[in-house]
Design a protein around this ligand. Structure first.
Ligand code: SF4
Length: 696
């Protein structure tokens, strides 16, 4: 173990709170306050505070596991485990071709790992079939941002700008629970005289902070945004000079919005016309304003159009590419931002380059020392890849993801995973997905390795090793190097993260997400560096780019693009058989699929299991009391959990957190209907019916 305090970052969400790790009396590490990192200024939520618990050998894997002849997972040596994986990959490729090999990554992987995984898939395996769980997290916001601005970076401004703006519309984010230290930015906004509008079908802890809470019916955020834009036009609140100077496509977008009369929008969303007018007034009257979206509006089969509608509202009022104004997305996973920039996405090469761009292929192929033509084309998106398992895709290598819990239509995905010829999983713990594997490799964690992540602000950060990993544990980079070696590629997969980062810098140079001017030394000295940060004269290093688009947008002509969009219904609307809407989300004490946080006693005590949140009127109709077991049934399956009755939710909607496996698994119910552009599944809305569970 390192003898001194190590400044680093939390392993969980995209806020990437700074923390110090100090030697603990038991030989491990403990979290110590770190006040010099400006984003959280020492504040941590319970997840970050308890993160070292999972470093304990008792809670995590410390030996490779292989499936025995009798079907059990048994401990094995690293060589045996790696030989088995390499043999399975090689056999599948010989028998079925390279696209029979699938790779599934995660938004928690460091930039170095995400970069190496994309390279491994394309150079070593030669497969196009790679995607990652970040597709489930932010792809609609990314697609909307690309359409409008020509670039996707979650927030185009730092969080520190939020308290200085005049109004924030927060759409479908419960950040008081998902990233509690970020709540202070909204509190300071209000202390400074700004206003907060929260849009959420539930009266969440975040909504309780709002000056105005709008609770639309799930799946209608698109109509709501269009109704607000209609009123902006009708009330003469557009910024015509800005529209003229800095945008294109306004007429078509305007015409589409004008078809969404406030009364029509009220009927669709359940948000009254006076509330719509109040929101427009609050948003338009201050000089500056922002719209921030999260998974609520994004995880829909029309998520990209919904994001476009919110961006249109910003553009029509001159609130993008100007100081203290703009549209931003609150990314969810720890490296959700960096994980989507460096090549583990089905259509992407490092530096946010496109796999279909010949110049991008030439640049990256040269860095990799391969022929551009040898690089496969784009593959399937995450859900489509999982749906093809056991069919076109015979063997899967999975890193840092738990789709048995986190994927939509999870029982189906679980059956697809079981139908594979071979499944290899690299993880810290024996997750529900790892438990299905033929080989499980135990890998190092945040505090046991060095690497970079990119926060929701686009701020690249250095996580530093503070602890020697237990015997028997190796890094993901080691796994890729060893597999590459066994598959005949002896060079190009270093195990030193710094060496990988140096190559990533070259591969990203000149791309939209240019990291070439970022070094480990700078990251250690500064509080992170915002991309793009091109390399230039070391004596005059590029400062990074905290604020994007102030001079021009990243489109060919520098103008932002309105996208004309119209409301459409969700893929599955309630009917006589399934009359209630289900929406899903998170609770403060658990993180994503819960594979890590469900193993931490303090977090488990705070949030021990799933629940079905419902309005008293709905509970009365069902005949359920608080705590009664309730079955929630969709066209995809059935989940059972205790009722939690509150008037803080719409009477037509139930809410379930998605952190748990087993009979309370919310994603058993969710709909894999995909957004046509982003391929994001419709996690946030589907039709269900409720049943009481007799004898429970
Ligand atoms: S808010 Fe996110 S980054 Fe911060 S401590 Fe909690 S989980 Fe970690």
């Amino acid at each position: 173990m390192q003898p001194t305090v190590t400044p680093t970052h939390c392993p969980y969400c995209a806020l990437q709170c700074g923390m110090n790790l100090a030697p603990a009396p038991d030989g491990g590490v403990e979290v110590v306050e770190r006040t010099d990192f400006p984003v959280n200024r020492g504040a941590l939520c319970g997840k970050g505070r308890t993160a070292p618990a999972l470093l304990s050998p008792g809670l995590r894997l410390t030996s490779p596991l292989v499936r025995s002849a009798t079907g059990e997972l048994v401990e094995a040596g690293w060589d045996e485990a790696l030989d088995r994986i390499a043999g399975a990959l090689s056999a599948a490729r010989t028998e079925h071709g390279p696209d029979a090999l699938g790779v599934f990554g995660g938004g928690g992987l460091t930039n170095e790992k995400a970069y190496a995984l994309g390279k491994f898939a394309r150079v070593v395996l030669g497969t196009s079939q790679i995607d990652y769980n970040g597709r489930f997290c932010m792809s609609s916001a990314a697609a909307g941002g690309m359409k409008a601005f020509g670039l996707d970076r979650g927030l185009p401004f730092p969080l520190e700008d939020i308290p200085k703006t005049g109004c924030v519309i927060l759409v479908g984010s419960n950040l008081a629970e998902t990233m509690p230290p970020a709540l202070r930015y909204l509190t300071e906004l209000r202390e400074n005289g700004g206003t907060l509008i929260v849009i959420d079908p539930r009266r969440t802890r975040t909504a309780e902070q709002a000056d105005l809470h709008l609770a639309p019916r799930p799946g209608t955020d698109l109509a709501l945004a269009l109704g607000l834009l209609h009123l902006v036009v009708a009330e003469g609140r557009t910024d015509e000079a800005y529209i003229e100077d800095r945008t294109g496509g306004w007429e078509a977008a305007r015409a589409a919005a004008m078809a969404h009369w406030p009364e029509y929008v009220e009927r669709i969303t359940g948000v009254s016309v006076p509330q719509l007018r109040a929101a427009v007034r609050m948003f338009c009257e201050p000089e500056h304003a922002m719209v921030l979206t999260a998974r609520g509006p994004e995880q829909q089969a029309k998520g990209t159009d919904t994001v476009s509608a919110w961006i249109n509202l910003c553009l029509a009022t001159g609130r993008a590419g100007r100081p203290l104004s703009g549209y931003g997305c609150l990314t969810g996973q720890g490296n959700g931002q960096g994980g989507r920039e460096h090549g583990q996405k089905a259509d992407q090469l490092p530096g946010y380059r496109k796999l279909t761009d010949p110049a991008a292929r030439r640049h990256v192929a040269e860095v990799w020392g391969v022929a551009p033509d040898s690089l496969p084309g784009p593959g399937r998106s995450a859900y489509e890849l999982l749906d093809a398992l056991g069919q076109d895709i015979r063997t899967l290598l999975l890193m840092g993801s738990n789709p048995v819990v986190s994927a939509p239509r999870a029982a189906h995905v679980e059956s697809r995973l079981r139908s594979l010829d071979f499944l290899a999983v690299c993880d810290v713990v024996l997750s529900e997905t790892a438990a299905l594997a033929d080989v499980v490799l135990p890998v190092t964690q945040w505090a046991e390795e060095t690497g970079t992540t990119t926060s929701l602000e686009g701020r690249v950060l250095l996580r530093r090793q503070a602890l020697t990993p237990p015997d028997g544990v190796r890094s993901d980079l080691y796994v890729m190097r060893e597999l590459a070696d066994r598959l005949g590629v002896e060079k190009g997969f270093p195990t030193d993260p710094r060496e990988v980062f140096e190559e990533l810098r070259r591969a990203s140079a000149g791309g939209p997400a240019d990291y070439s001017g970022i070094t480990y030394e700078r990251l250690a000295e500064e509080s992170g560096v915002f991309w793009p940060c091109p390399a230039q004269d070391p004596a005059d290093a590029h400062p990074g780019t905290p604020r994007l688009f102030l001079d021009r947008f990243a489109t060919d002509d520098g103008r932002a693009r309105f996208v004309a969009v119209s409301y459409r219904e969700s893929a599955e609307e309630p009917d006589a058989e399934y009359p209630v809407l289900l929406t899903t989300g998170r609770v403060v004490a658990q993180y994503q699929s819960g594979a890590q946080t469900r193993r931490v006693a303090e977090l488990n005590a705070a949030a021990p299991g799933p629940f079905v949140e419902m309005h008293p009127r709905l509970a009365e109709r069902l005949g359920a009391a608080d705590g009664d077991a309730v079955a929630v049934v969709s066209r995809r399956g059935r989940a059972v959990a205790p009722a939690r009755i509150t008037d803080g939710i719409r009477p037509d909607t139930v809410f379930m957190p998605f952190h748990w496996a087993g009979e309370g698994r919310a994603n058993t119910l969710t709909n894999p209907a995909l957004d046509p552009t982003s391929r994001m599944p419709e996690f946030k809305v589907c039709a269900v019916r409720l049943e009481t569970v007799s004898g429970a």
